[in-house]
Design a protein around this ligand. Structure first.
Ligand code: PAF
Length: 284
């Protein structure tokens, strides 16, 4: 597995691979890799000759200095996991290599995609995500980029970025991966101690309740209100939102759930650790 740290060295490797007719897949990450990332890398390696994994903790997408400073850094483990999962290249640029001397990013307005739910709760977050993904897409110049459906709204934002600025790039959404107890895999899970982890499972439980209800009803409003009330009674849980939406537009859905774009989404702080989760409604 090759490792590159500069845009120039990355570009020149990919230019060579493309010239040889190789298919290039790209899995952008912020490191702290877990089996969810491994599944993205493995999926990429099924259809691509070269699989580039970037490991870059992007300072412009964090909402608090503390979250950025406590983000887990596990580079050696990341390199091992990436290699075992099928990566052929890792790209580990420095902040200066990607941003130069200024961390200023342009505001992004993709309508509802950047203004509701995550866009509303994490002001400026998608500005930072779009800024860094644009830089990474330009540096890596892949045929396909793989993103987890765990970050469902980010996936929609990135599809829009690709549609507007990287027309030849195929963005592929990959299924969310769960721990054995149902908790959605996240690099932040390591910050959940014993009892908080139990509380965190409420998110998965709520999603399942919504999924079950959506099979037999066309109105989940009462259930959403009951979930909000239950969350209020939980000492360490601060619910940010729970809803049923169309994953292409992020419009709320109230009447038709039987489409492949209907998802239940939830975000909550559990003991100060921010968790998001989602589940597609129209599947087994
Ligand atoms: O999903 C992530 O890990 C990050 O938001 C991404 C897409 C790598 C951009 O920093």
């Amino acid at each position: 597995m090759n490792r590159y740290k500069t845009i120039e060295s990355m570009k020149s490797y990919i230019d060579g691979a493309r010239a040889e007719g190789k298919k290039v897949g790209f899995v952008p990450t912020m490191g702290a890799l877990h089996p969810g990332h491994a599944s993205l890398i493995a999926l990429a390696s099924e259809s691509c000759d070269e699989v580039v994994v970037s490991v870059f903790v992007n300072p412009t997408q964090f909402n608090s200095k503390e979250d950025f400073e406590t983000y887990p850094l596990t580079l050696q483990g990341d390199l091992n996991l990436a290699r075992l999962a099928g990566a052929t290249v890792v790209f580990t640029p420095t902040v200066e290599a990607l941003y130069g001397t200024s961390l200023a990013v342009k505001p992004v307005d993709y309508g509802r995609l950047t203004s509701v739910y995550e866009g509303q709760k994490r002001k400026g977050h998608f500005d930072g995500v779009v800024a860094v993904v644009r830089k990474l897409f330009s540096a890596v110049n892949a045929h396909r980029a793989f993103f987890g459906e765990k970050d469902l709204q980010q996936l929609a934002v990135i599809r829009r970025l690709a549609q507007e600025e990287f027309a030849d790039l195929e963005v592929i959404g990959c299924p969310l991966v769960r721990e054995s107890d149902g908790l959605a895999m996240s690099s932040r899970n390591v910050r959940l101690s014993g009892l908080l982890r139990q509380d965190a499972l409420a998110l998965y439980d709520w999603l399942n309740q919504i999924k079950n209800a959506a099979r037999g009803t066309t109105d989940v409003s009462a259930l959403l209100a009951a979930i909000e009330a239950e969350a209020k009674s939980m000492a360490h849980v601060e619910l940010e939102y729970v809803d049923v939406i169309n994953a292409k537009t992020f419009d709320p859905l109230r009447k038709t759930f039987n489409t492949e774009d209907a998802f239940a989404i939830v975000a909550a702080q559990v003991g100060g650790v921010r968790l998001i989760d989602n589940c597609r409604l129209a599947c087994s």
